[in-house]
Design a binder for this molecule. Sequence first.
Ligand SMILES: [Cu+2]
Length: 253
Amino acid sequence: MQLLRMIPVLALSLFSNFAFAHGDESRVAIELESPAKISAGATVVSFQLVDTKENKVVTPAELNVSHEQKLHFIAFDPALKEFQHVHPEFDGKVWNVNMSYLVDGNYFVWAQGELSVDSEEFSSFTRIEVSGGQPEWPAPTLGDVRMGSLSGSVATLSNQTLHAGKMAMLTLNFTKSDGSPADITPYLGAFAHVIATPIDGDSLIHIHPMNGGLPNEGMVHVTFPEVGDYRIWVQFIDAGELKTVPLSVTVTK
Ligand SMILES: [Cu+2]
């Protein structure tokens, strides 16, 4: 049983996004029931969620369905290379989720949801330390990389200059590797999921692009609060297959 960091939520976007969250005390806490130090491989992460404002445990009854799920769970390593987006289930006592950690590292693990009492979105984070697996990746070097591909699908973010604290409207475009439009269908009720974190990993931006002018194009309204590099994971379904493509951006003054 371990009380770990809780995260405040600042609504930055007008759209149905989990907003920016930072590593400060906040309202919903994750209490790990399973160990915080684990061996690499397949594992079940078990935890409680505590609404510190209402002073009660958060079960599915206390959550709204948000993007087809009551709870979203996002984990990544400090090198910002390993990424998981999964959906815990409640067994009547605790939340459980199957995860797989192959590479060593002290992972950032986020739970995101929306409280039914007042529709407040929350992002809670904790750390899970993995050892005994593949050696930890070296510290991240990101830079501005706005195009990436995976098994024949290409994700491209438009290249406007990004300024800290200023809302940007980026175009997100999906094609096949031959340049033809990708065959996009909704993932968890959205055109795509854009999950961003700064290089230190302890804050999270989760955006759902609006449909753009073309079926393979979406509009990402986002504010990056700080100067520096951000890892961005873009999740989308192309020809029925879920793809996660890592990109990165550099945010200037
Ligand atoms: Cu999810």
